[in-house]
Unconditional design. Structure first.
Lengths: 442, 529
C-alpha cells in the first residue's frame, strides 16, 4: 500500500538524526543527499497538482456541540443531533449543508493533546511541536506549500485568510526560511457600506500615481543595481532578499489582483458562501485553488471566536452556520469543477471544549478529547474514526495526537510525511512523525 | 513570618566588590595604547590562524565609505548622515577611522542603539508587542546604563536583583515572564550564560552535560518571587518571600538552589535573598560562562555571527569556531572590568572588522572564518531610522532618543511604529533575511516608501530641486543618502541617462523619485556591508 502511494518509498529508508553527529560541526548540512531525496519524493504530488485547504477554528471549537454530540448526557447541551446522508453518522442540527455531504467527511473524534493554552495549543496543532525549544518548526501549511509548490503559478504558494492571533509563532516558516512564509490576506467584516467582508492583500499594487510604465522603468534599473551587488555579495541574506523580492515583484505584476477580486463573482455565489470573512475566505480559497495555489488556509472566528467560556450555545450556533455555509459550498463547487478529488481539506482548532457546561453557560478549554475533520481528495469519507466516552471526558477508541493528524493529512495529499527538511545546524527534520491513520485514506 | 528582602542597593555594592570593578562614568574609552594595541593584534593573529592551510584568501580592508556605513550602523544604529559621510570621506588624516569609532561610542546614539538591541534580547516577544509602556520603561533604564557606560556585570546585577518601584524598568524582565521560575531559569541561563539549561527541564540533556537536577535547582533561585500587591498604582514591583519553593516534577522533593555545574551549595545569604546569591556567583570569576557569553554576543554584534553560533547555545556539543580567541576575549572583558565600550573599541580596530564584505570572482570564504566581513541584515529600526534621517528628512523634528516625551506620538512616529510592527522579526539572526512576500510588498508599495519617494513629502527629493545643483551632484547625493557611497561610473551614467531621457511630461522630481525608489529597494540598502 505505502509502496504504491510513494514510488520512492523503497529508497526512502528513514534517517534519524544522530546526536553525536553534531560534534562534526554542521558537516551534515553540506552532505547534499538529503534535499535531493526529499525533492524526488515530492515530484508525484506536484505533478498531480494537489491542493490543501486548512479550515482553522480559532479559539477552540466545541466538539460536543458540532461533530461529537452526547444527546443523552447532561453534558450534551441544548442542540439536537440529526441524521446525515450517511447512515449511522449523526451530528449537529446546525450543520445541514455538511450533513448532505457527510460522505465526503472523515470525522476524527479521538484527538488529544497536552496543550490547553491558546498560543501553545495553536502552535502545537499548526506545527506539530510544542512552543519553545531551540528548533523553529515550520507550520504545516509552510511545509506543504514547499512540497506542493507549483512553479507555473505567479501566485504565492500559501495564502492564509485573516489568520488570527498567534500567527507569528504558529504560522512561521521557521527553519524553512521566509521564502515559504504564508501570504496573509486581511479581512474586514461586512459593515454599513459593504454587504460582504472585504479581503485584500495589503500593498499588493503601487499607488495609482505610479503607472505600469513607470513601474517597469524602475524595475529595469533596480535589476542592474541588484545584480551588481549580488555578484560581489553571495551571502545567505542577500540571496534571500533577492528571491523574496522577485516573488513579490512577480505577484504584484501578475493576475493576483484578478484572483483576489471577489467582486467578479455573481451575488448568488457570494451569498451562498456566507457574507463574513470565513465565507468570503472560502470563496477566495476556491478561486486560488483554481489558479494553482497549493495551500490555502481560512480562519473562522475573527479573533478567538470559538473561545466560548460564556454563552456557548448562542455563539456556537452562529459560528456553525458560518462554518456550514462556507465549507459545504466550497466542497460543492470544487466537486463541480473536478477539483475536489485533488484538494484535501482539514478542519481543526487549537483544542476542544469541556464537556461540562460551566456556570456561565459556557465551555472551557479541553485538549484531552476533541474532534478534527478531514475531507476531500485522498480521504475515505463517510466515516467516523475514534470515539469518546459517554460523558465526552476521554477518548475510548482511536486516540490520536497532532503528529498523527498531520502525518495523515500529508499522506492524503501524496506527500510523504517522513520527507526531511534541513533545520539549523544541518539537522534533518521530518515534516511529521506520527502514525498515518490508514483507515481514513483512500 | 515572611521576610521581604529589598536590598538591591546593598547587593550592587557586594557584587561590585566581588567583581573588583569600579564604574567609569560616561567617559570615552581610555586609549590605553599598548594594551589595546596588543589585544587588537592578538585578535587578528588568532583569526588568521589556519587561513593558509585552508587556502582562504581574505578580502582587502574596506574603503572609507563602506567602513563609515558599517561603523555608523553598528554603533549608532543608523546610516551616516550625508554631511557627516562627506566630511569623513574628505578627511585625510590617518587616524580618522579610530576617531570616528570613539566619537560614535561616546555618542548618545550608541546608548540608544544598545538599548534597542538589549530590549529585544531581554524581553519575550509578546512584551515587545503588547506591553509597549513596559518596554519603554526598560528601554529608558537600559539607555541610562549604556550612556554612563555602567560595567556589564553591574547592568546585569541591577537587572537580576531589581525589585522596588524605582526598578520598574528592569523588573519587567520578571513580570513579562509571569515570575515563573521555569521561564526565568531558562531565560537567565540562555541570556547571561549562553547555555540551554531548559533542555534539561523534562529529562537529562541527552548530549550536553546538564541534568534535570541542574535545571530545577537553578530554577530554585527564582522560587521566592512575588508581585508586591501593596502598591498596584505605582506600577508593578516585585519582592522575594522566603518559604516559597520549587519541587522536582511529579515529586514532593523541594529543590535547594544550586549553581549549574557547581557541586557545592551556595554560600548562605543572611536574609535568604536568593537572587542576590545568584547574581554574586553569576558575575564572579568562578562562573566560566558569564564573560564568555558576553564576549560572544559582542563579537556577534560586530561580525554578524558569534564565535559560538547560535549565541545562546554555548554548550559542550557546540564548540566555538575559534576557542582561543573566545577565551582571550572573555579574559580581556574581565581585565577591562566588564567595560563594554572598551571591548567594542578594541574589536572595531582590528583588521578583521575592517575587511570588505565584497568578494570578487573567488569563492566566498566560509562565514565562520571571518576572512571577509559578513553582511548583516538591518533591523527594521535601523532601516527606518536611516530612511527617516537621510530621505524623509525633517518629517520628524526629533530623534527617537527624545521621543519619550509624553503626549501624542507624531505622525512620523506612528508610521515608524506601523513599519516596525509589520517588519518585526524577533528571532532573526543578522546573517539571514527574515522577511516574506507580504513584508516586501509593504517595502515596495507601503506608506513609508510612498512618503520617502513622493515628490511633495520626501525631504531628499525636495532638497534636490535646488537650481544650483547639477544632475551629477543630484545622483551622487541620492547614492550617499540611500547607500552611503558614491555611485560607480557605470551607475552614475545609467542614472544620468535616466534623468536626461525625454519622457513626455514627466517632471525631473518624479524621475528622481524613481531613482530613490530603486536605491531604497536594493539588497544593498537593507544591509550593513
Amino acid at each position: 500500500m505505502s509502496l504504491n502511494r510513494f514510488p520512492f518509498g523503497a529508497v526512502m529508508s528513514r534517517r534519524r538524526w544522530m546526536p553525536t553527529a553534531v560534534s562534526i560541526g554542521g558537516a551534515l548540512g553540506t552532505s547534499g543527499w538529503l534535499p535531493r531525496i526529499a525533492a524526488a519524493a515530492d515530484v508525484a504530488a506536484k505533478r498531480d497538482g494537489r491542493h490543501c485547504i486548512l479550515l482553522w477554528m480559532s479559539g477552540g471549537p466545541s466538539q460536543i456541540d458540532t461533530f461529537d454530540m452526547k444527546p443523552n448526557h447532561a453534558n450534551g447541551g441544548s442542540f439536537s443531533e440529526v441524521a446525515t446522508a450517511v447512515p449511522g453518522i449523526r451530528f449537529s442540527e446546525h450543520l445541514p449543508g455538511l450533513a448532505k455531504q457527510a460522505d465526503r467527511l472523515a470525522i476524527l473524534r479521538g484527538m488529544s493533546t497536552k496543550e490547553g493554552d491558546h498560543e501553545r495549543g495553536t502552535t502545537v496543532m499548526r506545527t506539530g511541536h510544542p512552543l519553545g525549544g531551540p528548533v523553529r518548526y515550520p507550520a504545516i501549511g509552510c511545509s506543504l506549500s514547499k512540497s506542493l509548490h507549483n512553479s507555473r503559478s505567479h501566485l504565492p504558494s500559501y495564502v492564509t485568510v485573516s489568520p488570527g492571533p498567534f500567527a507569528r509563532r504558529s504560522l512561521s516558516p521557521g527553519f524553512l526560511g521566509p521564502k515559504f512564509a504564508a501570504t496573509s490576506v486581511n479581512g474586514a467584516a461586512p459593515g454599513d457600506q459593504a454587504t460582504y467582508a472585504q479581503l485584500r492583500v495589503d500593498h499588493l499594487r503601487p499607488p495609482s500615481s505610479i503607472d505600469q510604465e513607470r513601474v517597469a522603468q524602475r524595475l529595469a534599473i533596480w535589476e542592474s543595481l541588484q545584480q551588481n551587488f549580488l555578484n560581489t555579495h553571495q551571502t545567505e541574506n542577500v540571496v534571500a532578499h533577492d528571491t523574496v523580492y522577485r516573488s513579490a515583484i512577480e505577484m504584484s505584476a501578475s493576475d493576483a489582483n484578478d484572483a483576489f477580486d471577489l467582486s467578479q463573482e455573481p451575488d448568488v455565489v457570494r451569498r451562498a458562501y456566507g457574507t463574513g470573512t470565513f465565507g468570503q475566505g472560502c470563496l477566495l480559497a476556491r478561486r486560488l485553488v483554481q489558479r494553482g495555489v497549493p495551500v490555502v488556509e481560512v480562519t473562522l472566528g475573527d479573533g478567538l471566536g470559538w473561545d466560548t467560556h460564556t454563552d456557548n450555545f448562542q455563539r456556537v450556533r452562529q459560528l456553525s452556520e458560518q462554518l456550514d455555509a462556507g465549507w459545504s459550498t466550497l466542497m460543492t463547487e470544487l466537486a463541480d469543477l473536478g477539483l475536489l478529488e485533488k484538494t484535501t481539506l482539514m478542519m481543526a482548532g487549537e483544542f476542544g471544549r469541556t464537556p461540562v457546561i460551566n456556570s456561565n453557560g459556557g465551555r472551557d478549554h479541553f485538549p484531552q478529547a476533541f474532534t478534527c475533520v478531514l475531507a476531500g481528495g485522498g480521504i475515505a469519507g463517510g466515516q467516523v474514526y475514534g470515539q469518546t466516552s459517554a460523558d465526552g471526558m476521554e477518548v475510548t477508541d482511536g486516540k490520536i495526537d497532532q503528529q498523527d493528524l498531520l502525518s495523515t493529512l500529508c499522506t492524503a495529499l501524496g506527500v510523504d510525511p517522513s520527507n526531511e527538511n534541513i533545520a539549523e545546524g544541518g539537522r534533518p527534520i521530518a515534516i511529521a512523525e506520527g502514525n498515518v491513520i490508514r483507515q481514513v485514506l483512500l | 513570618m515572611a521576610s521581604t528582602s529589598s536590598l538591591a542597593v546593598v547587593t550592587l555594592v557586594i557584587a561590585l566588590q566581588i567583581a573588583g570593578a569600579a564604574p567609569s562614568q560616561g567617559e570615552t574609552p581610555a586609549d590605553s595604547a599598548p594594551d589595546a594595541r596588543a589585544a587588537t593584534e592578538n585578535v587578528d593573529r588568532l583569526i588568521q590562524q589556519g587561513w593558509a592551510d585552508e587556502a582562504i584568501q581574505p578580502t582587502p580592508q574596506s574603503g572609507d565609505a563602506e567602513f563609515c556605513r558599517r561603523v555608523w550602523l553598528d554603533f549608532a544604529g543608523v546610516a551616516p548622515p550625508v554631511w557627516q559621510l562627506r566630511t569623513f570621506l574628505q578627511d585625510t588624516s590617518p587616524d580618522k577611522r579610530w576617531r570616528l569609532i570613539d566619537q560614535l561610542l561616546a555618542s548618545p546614539r550608541f546608548a540608544t542603539h544598545m538599548a534597542n538591541r538589549w530590549n529585544q534580547t531581554l524581553l519575550p516577544e509578546d512584551a515587545l508587542v503588547g506591553g509597549q509602556d513596559n518596554a519603554a520603561a526598560l528601554h529608558r533604564w537600559l539607555r541610562k546604563q549604556f550612556q554612563s557606560n555602567t560595567p556589564y556585570d553591574h547592568i546585569i546585577g541591577g537587572f537580576l536583583t531589581a525589585g522596588g518601584k524605582s526598578d520598574r524598568g528592569p523588573a519587567i524582565f520578571y513580570t513579562s515572564r509571569n515570575l515563573d521560575p521555569v521561564k526565568l531559569a531558562a531565560s537567565t541561563s540562555q541570556l547571561f550564560m549562553g547555555i540551554q539549561l531548559q533542555c534539561a527541564q523534562c529529562h537529562d540533556h541527552p548530549y550536553a552535560r546538564w541534568t534535570q537536577d541542574d535545571f530545577w535547582s537553578f530554577a530554585a533561585f527564582f522560587a521566592q518571587l512575588e508581585l508586591d500587591q501593596s502598591n498596584l498604582s505605582g506600577g508593578q514591583s516585585i519582592e522575594d518571600r522566603s518559604g516559597r519553593e520549587v519541587t522536582f516534577p511529579e515529586t514532593e522533593r523541594v529543590m535547594s538552589p544550586r549553581y549549574p555545574g557547581v557541586a557545592a551549595a551556595p554560600e548562605p545569604d543572611p536574609t535568604d535573598f536568593r537572587r542576590r546569591q545568584l547574581t554574586i556567583w553569576l558575575a564572579s570569576r568562578n562562573n566560566p560562562y558569564f564573560a564568555r557569553a558576553a564576549a560572544n554576543r559582542v563579537w556577534s554584534h560586530l561580525f554578524g555571527r558569534g564565535l559560538v553560533e547560535p549565541v545562546d547555545a554555548m554548550d559542550n556539543d557546540n564548540p566555538p569556531s575559534h576557542p582561543q580567541l573566545l577565551d582571550f576575549l572573555a579574559d580581556y572583558l574581565i581585565e577591562q572590568r566588564f567595560d563594554l565600550r572598551s571591548l567594542y573599541q578594541m574589536l572595531s580596530r582590528t583588521q578583521a572588522y575592517g575587511r570588505s564584505s565584497a568578494v570578487g570572482d573567488r569563492p566566498r570564504p566560509p562565514a565562520d572564518r571571518f576572512a571577509a566581513m559578513n553582511v548583516k541584515t538591518l533591523s527594521a529600526e535601523q532601516y527606518f531610522d536611516s530612511l527617516r534621517q537621510n530621505v524623509l528628512l525633517g518629517g520628524l523634528p526629533r530623534d527617537s532618543a527624545t521621543s519619550t516625551v509624553p503626549g501624542r506620538p507624531l505622525p512620523d512616529e506612528m508610521i515608524r511604529q506601523q513599519f516596525l510592527a509589520r517588519m518585526q522579526a524577533p528571532d532573526a539572526v543578522p546573517t539571514e533575511y527574515p522577511h516574506g512576500v507580504v513584508q516586501v510588498l509593504g517595502m515596495m508599495n507601503g506608506p513609508e516608501m510612498l512618503a520617502a519617494t513622493a515628490e511633495q513629502r520626501s525631504g531628499l527629493i525636495g532638497s534636490l530641486q535646488a537650481p544650483f545643483l547639477t544632475d551629477h551632484q543630484r545622483v551622487e547625493t541620492l547614492f550617499l543618502a540611500c547607500l552611503s557611497r558614491a555611485p560607480t561610473e557605470q551607475e552614475s551614467q545609467q542614472f544620468l541617462d535616466y534623468l536626461a531621457a525625454p519622457n513626455g511630461d514627466r517632471s525631473a522630481a518624479s524621475k528622481q523619485s524613481d531613482l530613490a525608489w530603486v536605491l531604497l529597494n536594493t539588497a544593498e540598502c537593507f544591509v550593513c556591508p
